[in-house]
Design a protein. Structure first.
Length: 345
């Protein structure tokens, strides 16, 4: 038991250090490279309440890169946490907000907001955020309702199948809207590729509060998610309210995904691939897997954003393009290796 606890402490210290290093790297490197010493003293001055240094480098760090990188890290952490929670809940490696249709539903709401100019006075991005969260809730409600009509036990395979069908349906509606979006076509198209360019500290604050509140709820259900790993019937026998936990986890994850989509657009494969990679290091226990997935997702998305900003500079690749390219290759590798292990077993 002591070795397990020691491993866990070492595990999270290592993740914390890696996250800080990745964040500093992303702040320093870009279309204009900034010295590490300038970056360190600029951030240290702000954290200690001293006036920020004057100069071009400090302006880039505080006004452009730091808010963006904070948003990237928080979105990566949130998407990975949601993916790990849904995979544990449904006991399926393909379970994720994107495969279940939640991300597509949230994207549909945001696209409608952008296409028709829905806003809330005085609050930037509020209209898009409200529509994304609303449609994420409507999506999961429709998926669970249809799944319940077909299967009263809300079996995992039924939910995933309905989610995939719903995702295709929502995607077709989005394509129809984009076709007639006129002058908003470029904005919608770039947004659907996923991008956190132009993020602000207010966006980071919204993401931080949402992740702190909803993420805590998901992490507090780690024991129930461990119980689902041995089967729903066994989980029910040891006192887990299967339907209540399913509904709660999926609704909380949907709300978290809705906030991420409203700020960063559609960013695929983070919640699908990162929990797999993290599970190899932390083990299957959700008490360690969920927090570790948050760290891994933050690091991965920061590095993906860095690659998108620097590979073709001065041009910038949307972060969703980078994650889809990397994630698809990694997922095929994971799927292939897991099949080989199962065949030899």
């Amino acid at each position: 038991m002591g070795n397990i606890k020691a491993f866990g402490i070492f595990h999270y210290i290592a993740f914390s250090i890696a996250t800080i290093v990745a964040m500093l790297l992303c702040v320093c490197v870009g279309s204009v490279n900034i010295a590490l010493s300038d970056t360190f003293w600029t951030i240290a001055s702000v954290l200690t309440g001293r006036p920020a240094p004057d100069g071009f480098a400090a302006s880039i760090i505080l006004s452009v890169r730091l808010p963006r990188i904070l948003c990237v890290a928080l979105v990566g952490a949130a998407l990975s946490l949601c993916g790990a929670s849904m995979q544990g809940l449904l006991r399926n490696p393909l379970a994720d907000s994107s495969t279940l249709g939640v991300s597509t539903g949230a994207s549909l709401g945001a696209v409608l907001s952008i296409a028709f100019g829905f806003t809330l006075p005085g609050i930037p991005l509020a209209g898009t955020m409200v529509m994304a969260i609303l449609f994420a809730f409507l999506s999961i409600s429709a998926i669970l309702t249809l799944a319940y009509r077909l299967d009263y036990s809300l079996a995992t395979n039924t939910i995933i199948l309905i989610g995939i069908i719903f995702s295709m349906f929502a995607q077709s509606i989005m394509s129809f809207i984009i076709t007639f979006s006129g002058e908003r076509l470029r904005t919608i198209t770039f947004w659907t590729m996923g991008s956190l360019a132009g993020s602000s500290y207010s966006n980071a604050l919204i993401l931080l509060i949402t992740l702190a509140v909803l993420g805590t709820v998901l992490i507090c259900h780690a024991r129930e998610l461990d119980a689902f790993a041995i089967g729903e019937d066994n989980a029910r026998h040891i006192g887990v309210n299967v339907k209540r936990v399913k509904l709660l986890v999926m609704i909380i994850a949907s709300a978290l995904v809705g906030v991420c989509v409203s700020i960063g657009g559609t960013i695929a494969f983070v919640g699908l691939v990162i929990p797999h990679m993290t599970r190899m290091m932390s083990g299957p226990g959700h008490k360690r897997l969920l927090p570790a997935s948050m760290f891994s997702g933050a690091i991965f998305l920061m590095l993906a954003d860095l690659a998108g900003r620097t590979m073709l500079r001065p041009l910038e690749l949307p972060i969703g393009v980078v994650t889809s390219f990397i994630g698809s290759i990694v997922f095929v590798y994971i799927f292939y290796t897991s099949r080989r292990v199962n065949n030899y077993a």
